[in-house]
Each structure stands twice: as C-alpha cells, then as structure tokens.
Design a protein around this ligand. Structure first.
Ligand SMILES: [Fe+2]
Length: 172
C-alpha cells in the first residue's frame, strides 16, 4: 500500500543552495518547480480536485522559499491578485492554464497560454489572474521566494485596477 510522501524526503529532494536570508533566483525557483512537477509520485497521492473551490496546499516550507501544489477544474481561477512583494515561478504539471496579466494598471490585459510542462514567472509587482479555460483538470506547482505571505485581490473597473477583498477561490 502506498503512503503519502514524507515531508523530510521532499526537503531532501529540493535543497536550498542559498542562505535563508537571501531569496532564491528565478532560475533556482524554476528548477525546483520543474523537479516537483516532474515527480508525479510526489504530488499525485496528495492532489485533490474540489468542484466547490480551487484547491491548493503548501508542499514545503523553508526560510527562503515555499512550494505549493494547486489543482484546477475547468473554469476555476484565482481572481486578480498580486503577491505582496514575493516573486515566484509556476510550472504546469498536468493540463494547461491561461494567465491574464495586468498592463498599464489594468488598462490593458496580456493573455498567455501556459501548456503542460511550461513555466511562468510571477514578478514582485505583477498583478495576474490564472484560469483553467480548458475542458480537463489541471495541476500546477508554484515556488515563491521569499515564502508567500499575504496576497492582495483586485478587480478591473472603468478606472483600471482597484483593490478588492479576496473571494473564496482566490490565492496564489
Ligand atoms: Fe499568483
């Protein structure tokens, strides 16, 4: 019978090469996200699909970064949000996602398709909205450094981006 991965094993598989006080580089975050996404045996026993709300769980927490596993049923999204000064990299481990990025304070929107296996950077000051627009479930792995703290929600109105309370599906 298969058991869930031991967190200690996970920590060994993605060691941090930098002092805890220094954020990871983008390339290091991508390396970790790709390694976790490729390790199906690690996340498949953990991942859940929740029809009520987008599902996410922190897989690993260190002083200088953390790793999140997220699942997306068709139509589920994050809502517009930023990462409150934290940068990150996501890798789509299964399926595909669409990212909408706010440009010029929400006056314009840039749309990017993120296919399975692809990585996307999330900047410290960026505001984006991730959605599964496909007809199949998706799974993604997110690495943040410094670790993800409070995130902030937005909506786009006639005057562009405006701060907005989080809704139930919003995070990461
Ligand atoms: Fe995000």
């Amino acid at each position: 019978m298969r058991s869930d991965p031991d967190p200690a094993d996970f920590a060994v598989s993605v060691p941090s090469a930098r002092p805890p006080s220094e954020p990871l580089s983008r390339s290091r975050m991508k390396e970790i996200a790709r390694a976790v996404a490729a390790n199906h045996g690690l996340w498949q026993p953990i991942v859940r699909m929740d029809p009520a709300t987008r599902w996410h769980q922190r897989l690993h927490s260190a002083a200088d970064y953390d790793v999140w596993l997220e699942s997306w049923l068709p139509g589920q999204d994050t809502g517009w949000h930023d990462h409150a000064g934290t940068s990150g990299v996501l890798v789509v481990a299964r399926g595909e996602l669409e990212e909408r990025v706010s440009v010029l304070n929400g006056v314009l929107t840039q749309v990017r398709h993120i296919p399975e296996g692809a990585a996307r950077r999330m900047g410290r000051r960026g505001v984006h909205n991730l959605t599964n627009v496909s007809l199949a479930p998706a799974v993604s792995v997110h690495v943040y450094s410094p670790p993800l703290g409070a995130t902030r929600g937005y909506k786009i109105g006639a005057m562009g981006l405006m701060r907005s309370p989080w809704n139930a599906s919003s995070q990461n």
